[in-house]
Design a protein around this ligand. Structure first.
Ligand code: SAH
Ligand code: SF4
Length: 402
């Protein structure tokens, strides 16, 4: 390596960007920016890639096959920092929930907060990641849709959720796993083996960043998650569904929740734009769909709203001919919602009809309820606590100025 950029002043160093979570193209640009010559870019990118994603290192010092001079230049300009974990909770059943604060993007951004949930089972570990802060879509039963602040996450911020999870789970070489809850391990079993885009946000409204993040998550020389173990859940952004199959090649989940357009218009307002028939046509044509690669249809069980036996039969009829799995989700109530979760017997009757039509084990067991590990709830609780603290402070100030 010939040209090395000049040292940068301390003030600039305080805001050194992190390289952790970048795509290959992003890393290459960063290297060019500090003067690495073009002929070395590919090789150096490969080296950084291996250290960041295979070893999970957080310091340039450990990159022993990178020259000392380049290591020092990189450390002058960049970090390998992860975003801050502002809250970490472990449920009795081993489910973990982290609230992660992304660094501020400008003077008017205090730093977005997103949530990330880890659900361990004996043979797998699933990480539920967010694709946006909040969501613009306002599904009537979803708490995330009621949050005002919305922005897209970058591909880097999406990838960083897995890095944070693997740090916290002690799942990089040299780290020790925590002992306070189930973490799957053993021959061929990984702590995080599956990723679902079912946290905050609509992933297909942030398609480019989600696609780029998936390329990093599934890269065989780094994080190496199988694309068959990455599922993108959408409320039905029809024009992007084929692009997801072609450009990302992941599994697809559809938040269906209703079998008639009038009801779905109410529950998932995006249905007014892309009604059920168009959505199911896009599913039939999803690139790569087959009996071995089925589409998951999510159906949230809302008492007296969408949970009758007639609707179960209609659901089975609608999905005929589509390689499908059905996931019945018990509604997770939140303060102020007008909905209730269906009774257990109603869910069982619904589930029996679906089961008898040939779909196996369809009810999703609620996990981590004691730590509110579902859909926008941890963040909202934390926000509420902050609001309460602010209120108390304001009251104190008002009293002291009396
Ligand atoms: N925006 C995407 C992905 C995030 S939501 C989508 O809508 O598919 C992930 C899943 O959680 C969706 O199926 C969504 O409908 C469901 N969901 C949202 N709020 C819920 C709640 N309160 N109880 C149960 N499931 C909920
Ligand atoms: Fe957004 Fe999905 Fe919630 Fe609907 S269910 S508001 S699309 S996060």
């Amino acid at each position: 390596m010939s040209t090395i950029a000049q040292p940068i002043p301390a003030a600039a160093q305080a805001s050194r960007p992190s390289l952790a979570g970048l795509t290959r193209a992003g890393l290459a640009d960063a290297l060019r920016g500090v003067g690495v010559p073009e002929r070395e870019i590919k090789m150096r990118t490969g080296q950084l890639w291996h250290w960041i994603y295979f070893h999970g290192v957080t310091s340039f010092d450990t990159m022993l096959n990178v020259s000392k001079v380049l290591r020092a230049t990189l450390a002058d300009h960049f970090t390998l920092a992860r975003p801050e974990v502002t809250s970490a909770q472990v449920s009795k059943d081993g489910t973990r929930k982290w609230l992660i604060r992304m660094p501020s993007t400008g003077p008017f951004d205090k730093g977005a907060e997103i949530e990330c949930v880890y659900i361990p089972e004996t043979d797998r570990g699933t990480l539920c990641v967010s694709s946006q802060v909040g969501c613009t879509l306002n599904c009537s039963f979803c708490h995330t849709g009621t949050q005002r602040l919305v922005r897209n996450l970058t591909a880097q911020e999406i990838v960083q959720q897995l890095l944070v999870a693997r740090d916290q789970l002690g799942d990089f070489p040299g780290l020790t796993p925590p002992t306070d809850g189930l973490i799957p391990s053993g021959e061929g079993v990984r702590a995080v083996s599956n990723i679902v885009f079912m946290g905050m946000g609509e992933p297909l409204y942030n398609f480019d960043q989600v696609r780029d993040a998936i390329a990093v998550l599934s890269d065989g020389e780094g994080l190496s998650l199988s694309k068959r173990r990455i599922t993108v859940s959408t409320s039905g952004v029809v024009p992007e569904i084929a692009n997801l199959g072609d450009q990302a090649g992941t599994m697809l989940a559809i938040s269906l929740h209703a079998v008639r357009d009038d009801l779905r218009d109410e529950l998932v307002p995006l249905n007014k734009k892309y009604p059920i028939k168009e959505l199911l046509d896009a599913c039939r044509n999803y690139p790569g769909v087959s009996n071995a690669r089925r589409i998951t249809f999510e159906y949230v069980m809302l008492k007296g709203v969408n949970d009758s036996p007639r609707e179960a039969k209609e659901l089975v009829r609608l999905l005929k001919g589509i390689p499908a799995k059905i996931n019945l989700i018990p509604f997770n109530p939140w303060p102020g919602t007008k909905y209730e979760c269906s009774d257990w017997e109603t869910i069982e009757t619904f589930s029996d009809i679906v089961f008898n039509a040939g779909y196996a084990s369809p009810v999703r067991t609620p996990r981590g309820r004691d730590i509110l590990a579902a859909c926008g709830q941890l963040k909202s609780e934390t926000e509420k606590m902050r609001a309460r603290a602010r209120l108390m402070l304001e009251e104190q100030l008002a009293l002291s100025s009396d």
